[in-house]
Design a protein around this ligand. Structure first.
Ligand SMILES: Nc1ncnc2c1ncn2[C@@H]1O[C@H](COP(=O)(O)OP(=O)(O)OP(=O)(O)O)[C@@H](O)[C@H]1O
Ligand SMILES: [Mg+2]
Length: 333
């Protein structure tokens, strides 16, 4: 079955930071698509390049290589009105929405300003526009007169989503939107994102550390390691049977999932700094980036970097031993 038609298509995307003579290859050539109305998860440990990739997709960071296409058109060289349109259609939501909320403005003022500045409603139409936005994120209309500090964390994140929704985006890049919230509130925000997808067809890139949240929400998930995509899978396939040793290690870190698996716990992450958390200094590698931590690593893994290759329907893995990894986890399950 073909994937939903791609809304975003990313090819060989690279993000490189240059600072004081130091070069950091945060994203080292990643390929993936985000389908229309799809919720795509992106996981991987701190520093692997998730936010850098999201910022590049939002146009907040320039690509140092590769391309991003939106509905079939390259956005890399967009200028003027086309650039602004793209900036409107692809919105970003952050872990802490306070950064995009003025503490001295009420919600009505903040959201009203977004709507009027972008010409979405007239000044006279602003209150109705604000009320409609609050309804879309399931907040009571009465909150419009409140200031950000008068809201709970969950309410503030709903306002963060409302602010993004004001511009009628096709895609929301949600960078750890629930990481700072209480668990009971997290699930409400996850459900809201799913409803926005179901009701309005908005696609999401959902970045998270919490694999249970990704498992709960996402149609498909990408696993990133040291600036590269190392695995991609649909639905819960990723957790049912990882096809990359790094995903297996991530899975083992979820207590409930670890219990279901009979496999021995992989050797824990090395002491801080021992692993190449990003591809700093090397655009291309001559070994698998995960090899220093990998229980399966052989000589081949030290000599070349495995490409992200198909290992089944909707399934890709960047491991020379993907099939063996899959078979082992299936045997254990
Ligand atoms: N503005 C920046 N300038 C220079 N280096 C940066 C910048 N932002 C990120 N980096 C570096 O790029 C690499 C990837 O960082 P990034 O924030 O994209 O990772 P992440 O996966 O989002 O991590 P986390 O889970 O902690 O949010 C890291 O080595 C980081 O130090
Ligand atoms: Mg980040």
């Amino acid at each position: 079955m073909p994937e939903a038609s791609p809304l975003l298509a990313v090819t060989e995307a690279r993000v490189t930071y240059r600072r004081g003579g130091r070069v950091n290859h945060a994203v080292r050539g990643v390929d993936f698509v985000l389908g229309e109305g799809e919720i795509l998860g992106l996981v991987g440990e701190s520093g692997c390049g998730k936010s850098s990739l999201a910022r590049a997709l939002a146009g907040l960071e320039a690509l140092s290589g590769g391309d991003i296409q939106f509905c079939g058109t390259s956005v890399t060289g967009l200028a003027g009105r086309h650039r602004r349109d793209y900036g409107r259609l692809v919105q970003m939501v952050f872990q802490d929405p306070s950064g995009s909320l003025n503490p001295r403005m009420t919600l009505a003022q903040t959201l009203g300003e977004v709507l009027t500045v972008h010409g979405i409603v007239s000044r006279a139409g602003a209150p109705a526009g604000v009320a409609a936005l609050l309804e879309r994120v399931e907040l009571p209309a009465g909150l419009a007169s409140r200031y950000p500090h008068e809201l709970s964390g969950g309410q503030r994140q709903r306002v963060g989503l409302a602010r993004a929704l004001a511009l009628s985006p096709r895609v929301i890049l949600a960078d750890e939107p629930v990481s700072a919230l209480d668990v009971s509130v997290q699930v409400q925000i996850l459900n809201l994102m799913r409803e926005l997808r179901d009701r309005e067809g908005i696609a999401f890139l959902f970045i998270a550390h919490d694999l249970a949240a990704v498992n709960y929400l996402c149609d498909r998930t990408l696993v990133m390691y040291a600036g590269r995509m190392v695995e991609e899978a649909r639905g819960q396939d990723l957790w049912r049977a990882p096809a990359h040793p790094y995903t297996a290690l991530l899975r083992a870190s979820i207590p409930e999932m670890a219990r279901r698996s009979a496999s021995p716990p992989p050797s824990g992450p090395p002491s801080h700094g021992a692993a190449p958390l990003s591809g700093a200094g090397t655009a291309g590698l001559h070994h698998c980036p995960f090899q220093p931590r990998c229980p399966r690593a052989t000589r081949a893994c030290c000599e070349s970097e495995p490409a992200l290759a198909s290992v089944g329907p909707g399934r890709r893995s960047a491991c020379f031993f993907a099939m063996e990894q899959l078979q082992d986890t299936l045997d254990d399950g």
